[in-house]
Design a protein around this ligand. Sequence first.
Ligand SMILES: [Zn+2]
Length: 244
Amino acid sequence: MTELLYQLDSYKQEFTANVLEINPFTNAIALDRTVFYPGGGGQPNDCGWISFGAGEVEVEKVKKEGDTVWHFLAAGCNLPNEGTAVQGRLNWERRYQLMRTHSAMHVLCGVVFRDYGALVTGGNMEPLQGRMDFEFENLTHDLVQVIEDAVNREIQLDHTIHVKIHPREIAMQIPDLIRTKINLLPPQISEIRTIEIEGLDLQADGGTHVHHTREIGHACIVDYKSKGKINKRVYLQLDTRSEG
Ligand SMILES: [Zn+2]
């Protein structure tokens, strides 16, 4: 089982860990703890480096299987033995861009739900750009501009973003969480992690986020299109520069 250090501290960039298991066929190692986000909920996995013995090896992919996080190392490197202590380091530039992007998507969700009651049906992101699908029948070009302005107003208000882990039965009693369909989570999940943008949005979420919305920087809605009669896909893009 891997301790997920990123769940409570998304700003932690370096860590030490022990190798739990190796897979020579996939060139992957499982660690007892990690800061590497394994991907999920529309947020891609982290990349970075792991060092042991003689040198540093690139982590090209990270994936969670059950309770274990596997780190896929660059082809051709020697794998450490089970039990070896290793040091890990994130590609922080990429991760921080993903944190800003993920938080921006939640600001967008919060604004669209608050102002229009429209629900999200899906989303995906890359560093500094994301797309989000809404049940939003009457979305127009003018309305997109109004939404973009509202999103940037909320970013500038510099809301604090809180991360909490609740026992399942407590989380089930939080009315705002119902719209993120937490009741559909498999019954073996006993704890539910939430991301709250103070005063704007609350969701069950596994991803990594910034602490304050101003860190997101300016957000642009660069495009939108229809995906069927009701569903609309909205494309968001961030500046390279953070304002946090
Ligand atoms: Zn999310």
